[in-house]
Write a protein of this length. Structure first.
Length: 316
C-alpha cells in the first residue's frame, strides 16, 4: 500500500524553506509570505495534464522537473526572481517509486532556482495532473511585459527552437527521438538569468511555449504592432538540420514547448544588450524587426512571404 495523503506530503513535499520571506510554509491552512519592500510579485500557474501535455508513461523525474520549469519560464519572461511555489498533485495512486522520482526532479530544479515549496494540495484522480503556481519578485515597475514593443525595435530569440516539437513528432510516430531533442521536450531550461538581465532594457518579452508564431503574435497584438521575421535567421535546433527547410520552419514556428525567451529591444540600445549578454552563457539571435503595420510577415530566404502550416496549440 502506498503512503497516505499526509504521510505523502510529509515524506516527499515538506522541506525547510530557504528564504527568510517564508514566515510559514507547508502544514497550515495557508502559507505566510513576506515580499521584500519595493518589489512587486509576479504570479503564474501552469497545469500539466497526462495525455494532453505529456505522454502518460512519461519519466516521473522529468515530469517533476518540467512541472516547475514551465512556471519558472513564465517568471523568467517577466524578469522575476523565483521565490515561492505551490504544488497541486492529482494522482491515480500513491506509488512510492513514482513519487520518489517525481520529487527528485522537482527538488533538483527548485534548489537550482532557489525557490521554496510553501504548500499545495494532494488528491486522487483518474489521471496525473500536476499544477504548479509560482511567485517571483521584481523591482517595482521593472517587470517585463508582452505590451511595449515599438516599430523599429529589434526582435531577439534565445537558444534554439523546434527541438521539443521534433521529439513530440517522433514519439507520436512510435519512434525514439534524438537525445538532444528529447532533452528539450522533457527537461526544458527556464531562461531565468536572461530574463533578469533584460529588465529595464527589453521593451517586450514572452516565453516561447506555443511556437514562435503564436507567442510573438501575442506580443504583437498586445503591443498593437506587427513584425517581419527572416526565416533564415531562426535559431533552429541542430536535430532539424536533416529536415526539408519548410518542415524545420514549421516545427520552430508552430511546434511549441521550447521555453526560450522572445523579446524586443529599441535599436539604439543594441550595444547595451550585447554588453549585458556578454556576462551570460546564453546564445541570443536577432530574428527580425517590429513594424507599424499589424500582422506577422515571415520572410523566406528568397524574399517571399511564408505561411506557417501549423499554428500554436489552443485547448478550446
Ligand atoms: P487543507 O485542508 O487546508 O486543504 P491539506 O490537508 O490539503 O490542507 O494540506 C495540508 C498542508 O499540506 C497544507 O499546508 C498544504 O498547503 C500542504 N500540501 C498539501 N499537498 C501538498 C503538496 N503536494 N505539496 C506541498 N504541500 C502540500
Ligand atoms: Mg487540501
Amino acid at each position: 500500500m502506498g503512503a497516505g495523503e499526509f504521510d505523502l506530503i510529509r515524506r516527499w513535499f515538506t522541506r525547510a524553506p530557504r528564504h527568510p520571506g517564508v514566515i510559514l510554509g507547508v502544514g497550515d491552512d495557508g502559507a505566510l509570505l513576506a515580499p521584500e519592500a519595493g518589489r512587486e510579485l509576479a504570479v503564474t500557474t501552469d497545469a500539466l495534464v497526462a495525455g494532453v501535455h505529456f505522454f502518460p508513461d512519461a519519466d516521473p523525474e522529468a515530469l517533476g522537473h518540467k512541472a516547475l520549469a514551465v512556471n519558472l519560464s513564465d517568471l523568467a519572461a517577466m524578469g522575476a526572481e523565483p521565490r515561492w511555489f505551490t504544488l497541486a498533485l492529482s494522482l491515480p495512486a500513491s506509488d512510492e517509486a513514482w513519487l520518489t522520482a517525481f520529487a527528485r526532479g522537482l527538488w533538483t530544479l527548485a534548489e537550482y532556482a532557489g525557490i521554496d515549496l510553501v504548500g499545495g494540495d494532494t488528491t486522487r484522480a483518474p489521471q496525473v495532473v500536476v499544477t504548479v503556481t509560482a511567485a517571483g519578485v521584481v523591482p517595482a515597475g521593472l517587470a517585463l511585459r508582452r505590451a511595449g514593443a515599438r516599430p523599429g525595435d529589434r526582435i531577439y530569440c534565445s537558444g534554439d527552437l523546434g527541438g521539443a516539437a521534433l521529439a513530440v513528432r517522433a514519439r507520436l510516430a512510435g519512434r525514439t527521438p534524438p537525445p538532444a531533442a528529447a532533452a528539450r521536450l522533457d527537461r526544458p531550461t527556464p531562461r531565468l538569468e536572461l530574463g533578469r538581465h533584460l529588465r529595464g532594457l527589453a521593451s517586450a518579452c514572452i516565453d516561447c511555449s506555443d511556437g514562435l508564431a503564436a507567442d510573438l503574435g501575442h506580443v504583437l497584438s498586445t503591443s498593437g504592432v506587427g513584425a517581419r521575421v527572416r526565416l533564415s535567421d531562426l535559431p533552429l535546433h541542430a536535430d532539424l538540420a536533416a529536415l526539408p527547410e519548410t518542415e524545420a520552419w514549421d516545427l520552430a514556428l508552430g511546434g511549441g514547448d521550447d521555453y526560450e525567451l522572445i523579446f524586443t529591444v529599441p535599436p539604439a540600445r543594441g550595444d547595451e544588450l550585447r554588453t549585458r549578454l556578454a556576462a551570460l552563457d546564453v546564445p541570443v539571435r536577432p530574428i527580425g524587426v517590429i513594424t507599424a503595420a499589424p500582422g506577422l510577415v515571415l520572410e523566406a530566404p528568397d524574399g517571399r512571404p511564408y505561411t506557417v502550416a501549423r499554428t500554436g496549440h489552443v485547448h478550446f
